[in-house]
Ligand binder design. Structure first.
Ligand code: NAP
Ligand code: HSE
Length: 428
């Protein structure tokens, strides 16, 4: 019979660790009422024990040596909230090896080095629970693993990074510059310790790889996932998009096409009336298409102390209840590698913006290259601006992304045709 108290070793008392500690304290009675057990944080691992903390955890000792968690037989669960893929890997591996359940919010760890950890947890029948690793407080892991388990998932599409979405929202709604918007997101605790993961799409890619495992039962090598971020999104493109009824969002999508997986992370123009276009600030949303259920859409806060703490606490409570571990949603932990369909084959409309010399024939030359690549133009807009040359914006009809990439290469190879790198977005 399970003992009355569930004892935690908490690794990390930053944004998420503090949120979790607050929830476990404030909702202690409700948690016990739901699980039948009290949950206590016994030991907290940090880097700097002298740092002031936003929460107090009476009775818990602060340590800087992971062995204080691993070697303590009283600790049932190690909650890993330190981030990164090195010390966190060692900690999680050691905790599982010592027979302790693990709860983590660390998508980088699980996407890049998760396979041996899931295998070890599976062999030992332990939880390696990770609800908070994708889309913060949104219960997407549980939804795919349990609630939609009877479906063949056909497509997943969503906004999975709170920081990038916050930046795009602030640039769109308040006219903030990129750096100022990122600084705000960091101050609110949304960003990763290394924010390039947020702004260059790496964090979204980690999350998408985890969702592909759960949805399609395939492992998708991170190195093969096409990934673009938001650092190049300019106020000018945001304004042009708005003028034509679109909003720019960082999108993660994966779908099954004839047994292959087509997936990618990229900023895209979304029609302003779509639900995804009105997902703002640190909110995330995921749309899932299953063969039986049809479309399901989940929406909520994708980052921050309390939303993420909520997901971590739910994992802790599942362990307290004595639920059997179901870490990947499949009996085998060794999933086959995905057969990958090149994202360049995906067909959509496209937005292209060129800065071109203001000379006779430049429009003819550009549209000629597009025609040579089989790309038909739906709208063409020429805009004067206060810099050199003129801005030309093309909205294309549907065509494969590969044709657009080839046309862009051909245009950039002609040195007198463009004055700056071409801006390109898919239109979804
Ligand atoms: P954070 O605010 O930077 O906090 C990290 C904590 O871990 C700090 O308390 C730090 O100690 C401690 N730490 C870091 N490296 C350590 C090491 N080697 N040994 C011991 N302690 C160490 O990070 P966070 O935002 O809470 O994120 C934690 C994890 O949750 C990450 O995997 C992140 O990707 C994930 N996540 C974050 C969010 C979010 O909204 N922030 C949402 C979902 C998932 P000191 O305080 O002493 O420096
Ligand atoms: N840095 C991440 C984000 C935290 O902004 O979405 C949540 O995973």
């Amino acid at each position: 019979m399970a003992k009355r108290e569930l004892v935690l070793g908490l690794a990390g008392l930053g944004t998420v660790g503090s949120g979790l500690a607050r929830i476990l304290h404030d909702r202690a009675a409700a948690i016990e009422a739901r699980t039948g057990r009290a949950v206590r944080i016994k030991t907290i691992l940090v880097r700097d024990p002298a740092k002031p903390r936003p929460v107090e955890i009476p009775g818990a000792s602060i340590v800087t040596d992971a062995s204080a968690l691993i070697d303590d037989p009283e600790i049932d669960v190690v909650v890993e909230l330190i981030g990164g893929t090195t010390a966190a890997y060692d900690l999680v591996h050691a905790a599982l090896s010592a027979g302790k359940h693990v709860v983590t919010a660390n998508k980088a760890l699980l996407a890049e080095r998760g396979v041996p950890l899931f295998r070890l947890a599976g062999e030992k029948g332990l939880h390696l629970a990770h609800e908070a690793s994708v889309a913060g407080g949104i219960p997407i892991i549980e939804t795919l693993k349990e609630s939609l388990a009877a479906n063949r998932i056909e497509k997943i599409m969503g906004i999975l990074n709170g920081t990038a979405n916050y930046i795009l929202t602030r640039m769109t709604e308040a006219g903030l510059g990129f750096d100022a918007a990122l600084a705000e997101a960091q101050a609110r605790g949304y960003a990763e310790a290394d924010p390039t993961l947020d702004v260059e799409g790496g964090d979204t890619a980690h999350k998408l790889v985890l969702l592909i495992r759960l949805a399609f039962g395939r492992s998708y090598p991170m190195a093969r996932l096409p990934v673009w971020g938001v650092s190049q999104v300019s106020p000018m493109d945001i304004a042009h998009a708005a003028e034509f009824g679109y909003t720019i969002k960082l999108i993660a999508q994966a779908r099954e096409v004839g047994g292959k997986i087509e997936a990618g992370v990229y900023p895209a123009l979304i029609p302003a009336h779509y639900l995804l276009a009105s997902v703002n600030g640190s909110f995330n949303a995921v749309r899932i298409e299953g063969d039986a259920v049809g479309q399901v859409m989940l929406y909520g806060r994708g980052a921050g102390d309390m939303p993420t703490g909520s997901a971590v606490a739910a994992d802790v409570m599942a362990i307290a209840r004595g639920r059997a571990a179901n870490n990947t949603g499949f009996v085998t932990q060794d999933l086959p590698e995905a057969d990958i369909l090149d994202l360049d084959e995906a067909v959509s409309c496209h937005y292209l913006r060129f800065l071109v010399p203001d000379r006779t024939g430049v429009l003819r030359d550009l549209s000629g290259v597009m025609a040579d690549h089989g790309i038909s133009l739906e709208q063409v807009v020429q805009k004067k601006w206060d810099g050199p040359g003129v801005q030309l914006v093309f909205f294309t009809h549907e065509c494969p992304a590969g044709a657009v990439h080839a046309a862009m290469r051909a245009i950039e190879a002609q040195r007198d045709l463009t004055l700056a790198p071409i801006m390109h977005y898919r239109i979804l």
